[in-house]
Design a protein around this ligand. Structure first.
Ligand code: MN
Length: 269
């Protein structure tokens, strides 16, 4: 008996802790939609006491995934993470990747699934919502679709042990526009350091011209009629657990050790 009640207690504590964390994380997201039944405002949503967990898997130390992951069920679906959560360690730690993918990235699809039904956005692709939603006064569609899309492309470009040097046409364009890969990286690190608040630092293409640019929130070069080649997430959730406030250090490590330049080059138009 002793063991059972202790287990139940541990499980309850773990669930409440994960609820609190998940609330706190959602609150940080600027893009949380103001859908009508604001769950936090209802008088007594008494987080029904979690029933004595039948399975009591001791709370994993790095339990970033919610006990019952609320993954997007569609129609907007989050693509699978293209690598193991620990694959980017130590440049980006396992817990950061798990929180980033399962909580932050997933929330944008959950938000879209909550707010698009019955609107003109319901049947659109993410890119279509980005283009259309950019002109909408209600920015929730643009913000959530933008962030969903930006992150899909972000995960695709990270690959430990990937090619360290841009080759082929991309290599030539970088040479023509920046002088060297080192100069490009330096430009991106400085741009990221100068981005105020939350946003993205990009390598973008406009014909034969490549440029480094920043966007705020969930915006991207798409709305500037440029091709996004590489986007670095510089929202604090992307690096704070690993680097605290040292954003430039994070960006440098990511550029030096994780970027798959083949994927970046394949996006050239
Ligand atoms: Mn992010």
């Amino acid at each position: 008996m002793k063991t059972i009640s202790r287990r139940a207690f541990v499980a309850t504590a773990a669930v409440s802790a994960s609820l609190v964390t998940s609330r706190a994380l959602q609150a940080q997201e600027q893009t949380a939609p103001a859908t009508s039944p604001a769950p936090d405002m209802s008088p007594s949503p008494a987080p029904a006491r979690p029933e004595p967990a039948p399975v009591a898997p001791a709370p994993a130390p790095a339990a970033a995934k919610p006990a019952t992951p609320v993954m997007p069920v569609g129609p907007f679906k989050q693509p699978p993470l293209p690598f193991e959560e620990a694959a980017l360690d130590p440049v980006i730690g396992e817990r950061t990747v798990a929180l980033h993918y399962f909580r932050h990235h997933a929330s944008y699809y959950n938000n879209l699934n909550a707010i698009t039904p019955g609107t003109k956005y319901a049947k659109m692709s993410l890119e279509e919502i980005i283009v259309e939603g950019d002109h909408d006064i209600d920015k929730r569609f643009f913000n959530n679709a933008g962030q969903a899309w930006n992150h899909e492309r972000y995960w695709e470009t990270l690959k430990p042990g990937g090619p360290k040097v841009p080759a082929g046409r991309l290599g030539q364009l970088i040479y023509d526009n920046f002088g060297s890969v080192g100069d490009l990286k330096e430009k991106m690190i400085v741009a990221a350091a100068n981005l105020f608040g939350s946003g993205w630092t990009w390598l973008a293409q406009d014909g034969a011209k490549l440029s480094v640019m920043n966007t705020n929130g969930g915006d991207s070069p798409l709305t500037f009629n440029k091709v996004p080649l590489l986007g670095i997430d510089v929202w604090e959730h992307a690096y704070y657990l690993d680097y605290e406030n040292r954003r430039p250090e994070h960006v440098k490590a990511l550029l030096d050790k994780l970027v798959n330049w083949d994927v970046v080059g394949s996006r050239l138009k």
